[in-house]
Design a protein around this ligand. Structure first.
Ligand code: KIV
Length: 274
């Protein structure tokens, strides 16, 4: 039975204001990606706060070498499936490559992800150039998660999946972008593969919560790709991830270990950070 069909008592829903309260209280936000209803039901039971239908599904579900070919129809399909397995976590859907290239396209994309997919927030990648898009969505009360640092949709421009913000000028640019995105109305900010010290600085300087992936323990919350943290993804695991199924005898035990480690600031350790 999926969570939204169950008779079990409901947890308090995680909403945009709740995420802000978590930041003010210093209570960590626990997030994972998810792509289907069955895993979603396990994430619900484990007490995950924020579930992200990431376009990483192109790589971990479809076997592609990048996220670029993922379509909006595919995102809507997976998001609707995940929504059926959830009740209380905040559900975020990635806006796929080029689906927010201008304001009208972004509004149409967000409409589908919220209305058909059941998402409560959309996520988009990019710095200065997306601030106008973030503002247009926020003005229409569409909650937005921005994503800076290593932005996988820019892989060809970046020249690979590399840590960003190591040089002082790049660090300054990321700090300025974080402030501009918050000012434009973003509700949440994913920081991917940036030095831990820079991520902490950004987290302390902006009013909205930050969620790190390869960004150190100083962020307001953490996200991992579900298949990485269960050791399912073939090949070498990224340094910033950890196989939580190793040493545990079930998926539920692995999820509980991740939730506890994030809440207690035990994950990520320095060995998972840059
Ligand atoms: O697509 C995705 O899974 C993501 C996370 C890595 C943050 O954007």
């Amino acid at each position: 039975m999926y969570a939204n069909q169950a008779n079990t008592p409901e947890r308090a829903a995680i909403t945009v204001p709740v995420l802000r309260q978590r930041k003010s209280a210093g209570d960590k936000i626990v997030s994972l990606t998810c792509y289907d209803a069955s895993f979603a039901a396990h994430l619900e039971s484990a007490g995950v706060d924020v579930v992200l239908v990431g376009d990483s599904l192109g790589m971990v579900v479809q076997g592609l070498s990048s996220t670029l070919p993922v379509t909006l129809d595919q995102m809507v399909y997976h998001c609707a499936a995940v929504a059926r397995g959830l009740r209380s976590p905040l559900l975020i859907a990635d806006m796929p490559f080029m689906s927010y290239r201008d304001v009208p396209t972004a509004l149409a994309t967000a409409t589908r992800l919220l209305a058909e997919g059941g998402a409560a927030m959309v996520k988009l990648e990019g710095g200065e150039w997306v601030t106008g898009i973030v503002r247009a969505l926020a003005e229409r009360d569409v909650p937005v998660c921005a994503h800076i640092g290593l932005t996988p949709q820019s892989v060809h421009k970046l020249g690979g999946y590399r840590v960003q913000g190591k040089q002082p000028a790049d660090a300054e640019r990321l700090l300025a972008e974080a402030g501009a995105l918050a000012e434009a109305g973003a509700d949440l900010l994913v920081l991917e593969c940036v030095p831990a010290e820079l991520a902490s600085k950004i987290t302390n300087e902006i009013a909205i919560p930050t969620i790190g992936i390869g960004a150190g323990v100083g962020c307001d919350g953490q996200v991992l790709v579900l298949y990485d943290m269960l050791g399912i993804t073939p090949g070498r695991r990224p340094r910033f991830s950890k196989d939580f199924l190793r040493g545990h005898d079930s998926i539920d035990a692995a999820l509980a270990a991740y939730v506890n480690a994030v809440r207690r600031s035990e994950f990520p350790g320095v060995e998972h950070s840059f």
